[in-house]
Design a protein around this ligand. Structure first.
Ligand code: ADP
Length: 308
């Protein structure tokens, strides 16, 4: 089974000609309310792909919370570990401008109530953790899962300076089997000025057994003890890249759990390369469709899909 620890947010999306400056009011289009949050997205992606998956999370007793629970359940995610708490469901206020640039204000709300004690990794083969929940909860999820013998995938997103200094203490990242970062997160973790000019091998010095740097349309870079390995992304006409990183994370967690299930776990590097090739197909297919969760494919769709 896959245990996902992370956020559930209502995405409140408004298109506008430009984003408002301080003290200014701008009129935009109608509000679209979509299920999101990195934890919920990752769990939905994994469940669509056929994983047995549960989300550890928190929502409020409100319409946004019910929207999220509905979306999780209809994708097949188990929700008995999603607590309903006395705070509003997390929300992401997203302004989309014609240049395609998003600005996002996140109100964590109920996600801030997710505690270390909410996490029990017993029985989980793979534990996938992301960052829109309190840092002590992230740290505990990683160390408890590693101690229980689960494989830990940490998606260090969205990352902050505080997270970098806290998590790079000797113990936490050492419990991570696979660290998943995009170029910006990798640069912050490595203390590099320019994301285009990083030494990815340095990521392993921070403690994880292996790392993946996602490179958007260029694919991903796998970093293991054997050195860096490029995995290209299928070329697609991108319609909406929202949640592509979460689709990638959900697919990776599913592939690792499947390899453990079927006993087909082979050479560590070969296994990871296959998992990343598959995750890149899943994420590429998802960017050809609009939305985050609604864009996530089933394993059958991925198998039948050939990029144009
Ligand atoms: P994030 O969304 O977390 O910033 P990326 O932009 O690196 O992360 O995207 C995550 C993964 O999604 C990439 O490694 C790639 O496999 C896939 N992806 C993203 N954008 C595209 C694209 N335009 N075409 C094909 N694949 C994409």
């Amino acid at each position: 089974e896959v245990l996902v620890v992370g956020s559930a947010n209502a995405d409140l999306v408004v298109a506008a000609d430009r984003r408002p400056g301080g003290g200014e009011t701008v009129l935009g289009g109608d509000t679209r309310v979509l299920p999101g949050g990195k934890g919920a997205n990752t769990a939905v992606a994994a469940a669509r792909l056929g994983a047995d998956v549960a989300l550890v999370g928190a929502v409020g007793d409100d319409p946004h919370g019910r929207l999220l629970l509905d979306s999780l359940r209809s994708a097949g995610v188990r929700t008995e570990l999603v607590r309903t708490v006395d705070r509003p469901t997390g929300a992401a206020y997203i302004t989309v401008t014609p240049d395609g640039e998003n600005s996002i204000l996140v109100s964590p709300g109920a996600n801030a109530a997710l505690r270390p004690a909410d996490i029990d990794p017993a029985g989980a083969k793979v534990v996938a953790v992301s960052m829109e929940v309190p840092l002590p909860t992230v740290e505990h999820a990683v160390t408890a899962a590693a101690a229980a013998g689960a494989r830990v995938v940490l998606n260090l997103s969205p990352v902050t300076e505080l997270a970098v200094t806290t998590l790079t203490t000797p113990t936490t990242l050492a419990g991570v089997d696979l660290l998943l970062v995009n170029e910006h997160e990798a640069a912050l973790l490595l203390g590099a000025e320019d994301p285009a000019n990083i030494d990815p091998a340095g990521l392993l010095d921070r403690g994880p057994r292996s790392a993946v740097v996602t490179l958007g349309a260029r694919g991903a870079l796998l970093v293991t003890e054997d050195g860096p390995l490029e995995v290209p992304a299928p070329r697609v006409e991108a319609v909406d890249t929202t949640g592509a990183g979460d689709a990638f994370a959900g697919a990776l967690a599913t592939a690792l759990a499947t390899a453990l299930d079927t006993g087909t776990e082979q050479d560590h590097v070969v296994e990871l390369r296959r998992a990343i090739e598959w995750a890149a197909r899943v994420a590429a297919l998802s960017v050809t469709r609009s939305g985050a969760q609604p864009s996530y494919p089933t394993a059958d769709e991925v198998a039948r899909w050939s990029p144009p």
